[in-house]
Design a protein around this ligand. Structure first.
Ligand code: CTP
Ligand code: CA
Length: 222
């Protein structure tokens, strides 16, 4: 009834999006994290909802507040929590987008008490976190699976490798070569790479505009 103009192409679809950074605890007061703001993922969630989809936004620590009747926000802190939240909804969604900047490593142990300062240097043992997107790629059935790739060298080649390795339908290459693109910025310069090999390059745009371009591509395929 809200779709009289046929403008809600994702009505009846469910979309899952991971977004933001993850924080990996060192001790009760410290963590390893990164500068992701969560903005790109939140814009994607808002775009999906504007197109009529029901959205699960799995959001790491972010200052952004998302308020929309079609969006359920699942707040998480660590990569492990994000992994669990993503796997809890994945089999119910039509589209899954991994826009989060998940920490690649976490402390091998979390100290129970605040670590006291002692010597002039210290080491923290790190272990790899689970790759959420790669795991979804191994269990996916009919879901359209989209990843992001942040590269600083051999961009296209590395992004294509990630698409294949993680069994994705497409990957968004985030180009950091342009000033004004990437973390803590309002704009992104993306290249959309699909598993059939097609490559679409876009101009530097706001993250809201980028989210429109991305869902135009997704809507063609689902
Ligand atoms: N990703 C994920 N879980 C991880 C690491 C990455 O879901 N533990 C997802 C990201 O959300 C992104 C994609 O995988 O959609 C690629 O992330 P990126 O950091 O560019 O690549 P990595 O595979 O982590 O490899 P590297 O950082 O070495 O380039
Ligand atoms: Ca990484």
């Amino acid at each position: 009834e809200n779709d009289v103009m046929g403008k809600l192409p994702l009505r009846g679809k469910r979309v899952m999006i991971t977004a933001g950074p993850t924080y990996e605890a060192i001790d009760p007061v410290r963590f390893i994290g990164n500068h992701s703001s969560g903005k790109m993922g939140c814009e994607l969630a808002l775009r999906a909802a504007a197109l009529g989809a029901t959205v699960d936004l799995i959001l790491g620590p972010s200052a952004i507040k998302v308020n929309h009747s079609l969006i359920t926000v699942h707040n998480v802190v660590s990569g492990e929590q994000m992994y669990d939240a993503a796997h809890a909804v994945f089999d119910k969604v039509d589209v899954a987008i991994a826009a989060a900047a998940v920490a690649d490593y976490k402390p091998a142990q979390v100290a129970e008490e605040k670590i006291k300062k002692k010597d002039t240097s210290m080491q923290i043992d790190l272990v790899k976190t689970k790759d959420i997107l790669a795991s979804l790629g191994t269990i996916k059935k009919d879901q359209y699976l989209l990843g992001f790739a942040l590269e600083t060298q051999n961009e296209l080649e590395n992004a294509k490798k990630k698409l294949e390795k993680k069994n994705l339908d497409a990957i968004v290459l985030n180009s950091l070569r342009d000033k004004g693109a990437g973390f803590q910025t309002k704009t992104n310069k993306i290249t959309f790479i699909e598993k059939d090999g097609s490559v679409t390059e876009y101009d530097l745009k706001t993250k809201a505009e980028v989210s429109i371009d991305i869902f135009d591509k997704i809507a063609e395929k689902i």
